[in-house]
Design a protein around this ligand. Structure first.
Ligand code: ZN
Length: 496
């Protein structure tokens, strides 16, 4: 039995919550000096500490603590004066120690909030806690159809990620968003990602797993006042998937409740291809992990002076920055939203700083470059073109050296690794022919080559001049200004 989304919302009130894991962008891991960089040869960034070999001892990374406090302060949390790490005990092949050093009942940051712009209003999402822990390694299941362990022939393990500092940000349950729940959940992750990026603590690349979300969803019967049983959908790894996972769970749980059954508290997997969730393991209780204070680390007690220093150095919050830029660039709400959705705000800001007008910067990033990023299936920020390149391109167009069409050819060259815009213009000989003598000669040639067309233009059939303009554009390989060519032709033939 299935229930439509609209029908589900008539009878049930959704509540969602999010647990977001963020890999910090520190140079080294949380408890050892191994590099924390992504993408290296498997098992090339490991040592006795992060492999959990007997006798090795962890040493806490100060920068990771500073980043966590920065996140906590930006989320308006209270920073603990004294807290401890805890051992979370479980066995899994990608965790070499058979326990994870995490924080349990004494998190570093607690009780904050994040204001999330959603659907024309602002939803204040409560933050339960922000804590610091180590990431696990990565399993690669080979031979199965789905990449999951079921049906795989064998599994490979890469421990490079084991011990990379990971911050977990847990929201309080978010009730009262009704129909908008999936969109608000997505907007929260979007806002959080912007905030983390502005803090400089992570590259927040969802596609590389440096930002990963678990989505909790529950339904309660409207007006019942009681909260329903929640499910936890694991590793939802794109903004779109966050929205789809909440929506899918609302529909599924409504069908379960309508049939008079009860929702089981469990972990579920989200499937990108079908947009639905399927059951995983039933949810462990905290006692299953046998948490106890980590005996190999001293308690963590950040001094108030240090916390005050970190607070004083916090950057402008993203919401304030967005409001400022929108006003500076004179953009409407939808226009600014389009820039934000395209991930182009930073690029446009830097292009304006490099000398382009806001209108030009917006035109190139949101138009030609967004289209190419989309075609290549990469983020706009990953295109091999700098804001300075785009500013120079806009300058060349404004000066009449390039037409828009030629500018697009220059973009081809820059993206193809042929160098700066000026280098591409020179190497491909792309500048507009502005030399009046050369242009006049090309016009004369075109007229001489088509005497019949020229005669019709002389007789007043001005539209026929288009044929001659086309001939000149071909002769100059598109490098002439078509409007200027047309003027020259009409001057020659009609004296106009
Ligand atoms: Zn190590």
């Amino acid at each position: 039995m299935t229930v439509s989304y609209e029908a589900a919302l008539q009878r049930y009130e959704p509540v969602f919550g999010l647990e977001t894991h963020v890999e910090l962008g520190t140079r080294t891991k949380l408890f050892c000096g191994c590099p924390a960089a992504f993408g290296a040869e498997p098992n090339s960034q490991v040592c006795p500490v992060c492999l959990g070999l007997p006798g090795s001892l962890p040493v806490l990374n100060r920068v990771a603590v500073e980043y966590t406090i920065r996140i906590g302060l930006a989320l308006h949390c209270t920073i603990a004066r004294w807290c401890r790490f805890a051992r979370k005990n479980y066995f899994y092949p990608d965790m070499p120690k058979n326990f994870q050093i995490s924080q349990y009942d004494e998190p570093l940051c607690t009780d904050g909030w994040l204001d999330v712009p959603a659907g024309g209003t602002t939803v204040r999402v409560g933050i339960e806690r922000v804590h610091l822990e180590e990431d696990t390694g990565k399993s690669l299941h080979v031979g199965g159809a789905t990449g999951r362990i079921h049906g795989a022939d064998y599994s490979l393990i890469d421990y490079n990620r084991a011990g990379v500092p990971l911050v977990e940000i847990v929201t309080k349950p978010v009730p009262g968003t009704g129909m908008q729940a999936p969109g608000v959940a997505r907007a929260y992750v979007t806002e959080l990602r912007d905030l983390l990026r502005s803090l400089g603590v992570s590259d927040v690349r969802m596609e590389e797993g440096s930002l990963r979300c678990d989505v909790n969803t529950s339904l309660s019967a409207r007006g019942s006042g009681a909260w329903g049983t929640r499910t936890e959908t694991k590793n939802v790894n794109s903004l779109r998937s966050v929205e789809r996972a909440v929506r899918s769970e609302i529909e599924r749980q409504a069908a379960v409740l309508d049939a008079g059954r009860r929702v089981i508290q469990e972990t579920r997997h989200f499937h990108e291809d079908t947009g639905v969730t399927t059951p995983g393991r039933s949810k462990e209780e905290a006692q299953d992990y046998r948490y106890f204070p980590e005996p190999d680390l001293v308690p963590l007690a950040p001094s108030p002076e240090w916390v005050a220093e970190i607070r004083a150095a916090l950057p402008e919050p993203p919401a304030a920055r967005r409001a400022r830029l929108q006003a500076e660039w004179s953009l409407s709400d939808p226009e600014f939203e389009a820039l934000r959705n395209a991930g182009a705000v930073d690029a446009v800001e830097q292009t304006v700083r490099a000398g382009a007008s806001p209108a030009d910067a917006r035109k190139w990033w949101l138009g030609e470059l967004a289209r190419r990023a989309n075609d290549a299936g990469v983020e706009l920020s990953s295109l091999p073109v700098t804001p300075a390149d785009v500013a120079r391109l806009a300058e060349l167009v404004a000066a009449g050296t390039l037409s828009d069409r030629l500018a697009r050819e220059v973009i081809d060259g820059v993206l193809g690794g042929e160098g700066s815009p000026d280098e591409v213009v020179a190497a491909r000989n792309l500048a507009v022919v502005s030399d009046e003598g050369a242009l006049a000669a090309a016009v004369d040639e075109a007229i001489a080559a088509s005497p019949d067309v020229a005669a019709r233009v002389r007789d007043g059939k001005v539209a026929a001049a288009g044929v001659l303009v086309g001939a000149v554009m071909r002769a100059t390989r598109g490098r002439a200004d078509a409007a200027r060519v047309r003027d020259l032709i009409l001057q020659r033939l009609t004296g106009a």
